[in-house]
Design a binder for this molecule. Structure first.
Ligand code: PGA
Length: 256
């Protein structure tokens, strides 16, 4: 399949700006041999983006830079918020949108996710749109319908070309930071449903091109199993992305 694998590190609320420079350089050194085969992205906190962006540029690192969230307005009296053009100005390539922790603690909904996706695209960055079910939804046997609904609402109203370039991360909430994961086949089933939903909305070429990542307790020990599945194009990695060697091992496991 022509889709380029991607491994993105979601650093969450860890690392100062100085620590970010060290981690970016350590990761870059370890993944240098696979840059043409696997797209590597780091998503540090907002306060680290400037230093990460500078080291990526000065050291000419082949690494993508992502933010963990954004607000959808252009500018204005929104204390504490960050606008898309502020990220674009720092040469941010990707923006994680709708992570379950943003939905749980900061009030993101499918509607605000949709507004954020559009705002990110407008500023020529690529959203990494997160979706995934709670344990209660899973236990009720409603995972596929729930995720389909999140995608239909979160990705509504885009044009097909934009949809084709999107990245979607399937992250079951019960697997995030818990050490528990679905089976690779089970994760692939949901990723296939996500791809089919994008196809129903934007046509088969968009379905073929959209990259779908798995996220939730991805570690060097289990990454290869997920990457062996046909509808999983890489991973969104939390905890293991804070350690350069673990993250590099996951990147290497994504080599086609
Ligand atoms: P985890 O987090 O890898 O620590 O489970 C993944 C995520 O929240 O993106």
């Amino acid at each position: 399949m022509a889709r380029r694998p991607m491994v993105a590190g979601n650093w969450k609320m860890y690392k100062t700006a100085g620590e970010a420079v060290v981690l970016v350089q350590d990761v870059a050194e370890l993944v240098d041999d696979v840059w043409d085969k696997v797209e590597v992205v780091v998503c540090p906190p907002f306060t680290d983006l400037k230093s990460a962006s500078t080291v990526i540029e000065l050291d000419k690192l082949t690494m993508g830079l992502g933010a963990q969230d954004v607000f959808y307005e252009e500018e204005g009296a929104f204390t504490g918020a960050i606008a898309p053009r502020m990220l674009a100005d720092l040469r941010v390539d990707y923006v994680i949108v709708g992570h379950s922790e943003r939905r749980e603690y900061f009030g993101d909904t499918d509607e605000t996710v949709n507004l954020k996706v559009k705002a990110v695209l407008k500023h020529r960055m690529t959203p990494i749109v997160c979706c995934g079910e709670s344990l209660a939804v899973r236990d009720a046997g409603e995972t596929e319908g729930f995720v389909r609904g999140q995608i239909a609402a979160g990705l509504a109203g885009l044009d097909a070309d934009a949809a084709a370039k999107l990245v979607v991360a399937y992250e079951p909430i019960w697997a995030i930071g818990t050490g528990r994961t679905p089976t690779p086949e089970g994760a692939n089933d949901v990723c296939r449903t996500i791809r089919a939903t994008v196809g129903a909305m934007y046509g088969p070429p968009a379905a073929m091109s959209v990259r779908v990542l798995y996220g939730g307790s991805v570690k060097p020990e289990n990454a290869g199993m997920f990457f062996g599945e046909p509808d999983i194009d890489g991973a969104l990695v939390g905890g293991a992305s804070l350690d350069a060697s673990s993250f590099s091992d996951i990147v290497h496991a994504a080599r086609p």
